[in-house]
Design a protein around this ligand. Structure first.
Ligand SMILES: Cc1ncc(COP(=O)(O)O)c(C=O)c1O
Length: 363
């Protein structure tokens, strides 16, 4: 184990969970929540801050300001505290309470935007707010994760090579899309790799990142209420969209096996397992998905009964229970048996993950 003196100097990059017994399909999950910021956003935050320092944009009396649904805010709070900068995070009412408290505990100021923009999201409002702050005082420095190349470069330099090293036979990579920094960094890296890798972007229903109708989205991290400026769709082979109810069900399914992940991990794993279940079963693909964070920050949302019932109704787990009952009958109730993915001999159809038509497929 390394010995560190700065909190941003440690990140576990080599941990993967084999999800086959949970999902019933071969899928490895790269865990990005094991660092002092608790999420994948540490990488983007480090890269953007170091670049701004190198370029002389950040000086000791600068005040960092950023729009974040939470995780980047926590990562920047940690880095700012460690390096002696002030940091102001502009977030919205979907930000988890624990995430906000974390930022404040690290010494940051948090402003919560309450008004939604015309797409039903908060992003436009948050960005307008940041712009007005920057116009009011030149000490504010906005790193702008939505447009900053350091956001995708961090994943090109770290996340993608970490996956490549462990899975030299990788066939398909599932990446959740928010700012698309993770997606674009990995996609650019694997485009130049020694073998073709299918890049599948996972978005939430209601996000307009790849087009489509705007709708209610309650789980932070994934999805955008505008087209992400970093997105270059020529690097993306397919897009799948996942309903929030399926996200929740997958989070709870993993939690029942002892793996407490964040909401967006449920989205990515749900989309990936439906995608893999619909693939030709004779081809055993090497598939990896990325888990951006862990579940503690979601105890008052994704893992809280009242919150779930208010938003998704009383019957959100009924389909999952039915599937488990059939699985129990077929396996004789063995606790360690993988969930059955075939009911009555018919392969289970993807529930709501929909593939965008007309995407380029590489061999
Ligand atoms: C929990 C979570 N999931 C997914 C993402 C999406 O990552 P990216 O912004 O690189 O697309 C984020 C980004 O903030 C996140 O916090």
């Amino acid at each position: 184990m390394p010995v560190i003196s700065a909190p941003y100097a440690f990140n576990e990059g080599e941990l993967f969970v084999d999800l086959e017994t949970i999902c019933g399909c071969p899928l490895y999950l790269k865990c990005e929540g094991f660092n002092f910021a608790g999420s994948i956003k540490l990488k983007a935050a480090n890269e953007m801050v170091e670049t701004a320092e190198r370029e002389g944009v950040l000086t000791p009396d600068s005040v960092l300001v950023e729009s974040s649904s939470g995780n980047l805010g926590v990562a920047l709070s940690m880095i700012a505290a460690s390096k002696g900068y002030r940091f102001l995070c502009v977030t919205d009412s979907r930000c988890n309470l624990s995430t906000r408290l974390l930022m404040e505990a690290l010494g940051s100021e948090v402003h919560v935007v309450a008004d939604q923009d015309s797409n039903g999201g908060f992003l436009g409002m948050r960005i307008d707010y940041v712009r007005s702050l920057c116009a009011s005082d030149e000490r504010y420095v906005w790193l702008s994760q939505y447009t900053n190349a350091g956001n995708w470069r961090a994943h090109y330099r770290t996340t993608a090579p970490e996956i490549a090293e462990k899975f030299p036979e990788l066939d398909v990579l599932f990446v959740g899309a928010g700012t698309t920094g993770t997606l674009m960094g990995c996609a650019r890296y694997f485009r130049q790799w020694h073998r073709p890798v299918r890049i599948v972007a996972v978005d939430s229903v209601g996000s307009v990142a790849f087009g489509g109708e705007p709708g209610r989205r309650m789980i932070p991290g994934l999805g955008m209420s505008m087209r992400p400026p970093l997105l270059d769709e020529s690097y993306v082979d397919e897009v799948i969209r996942v309903e929030e109810a399926d996200t929740i069900r997958m989070c709870h399914r993993m939690a029942r096996r002892g793996f407490l992940f964040g909401g967006s991990t449920g989205t990515v794993v749900s989309g990936a397992s439906d995608w893999l279940a619909a693939e030709d079963a004779r081809r055993r693909l090497t598939a990896v998905a990325i888990a951006p964070d862990l579940g503690e920050r979601y105890l008052d949302t994704v893992y809280q009964t009242n919150w779930l019932q208010d938003l998704y109704g009383d019957h959100i787990f009924d389909a999952e229970e039915q599937l488990r009952t059939v699985a129990d009958l077929e396996t004789g109730g063995r606790a360690d048996a993988p969930p059955v993915e075939e009911v009555g001999g018919t392969p289970r159809k993807p529930k709501s993950a929909s593939r965008a038509p007309g995407r380029r497929r590489r061999p």
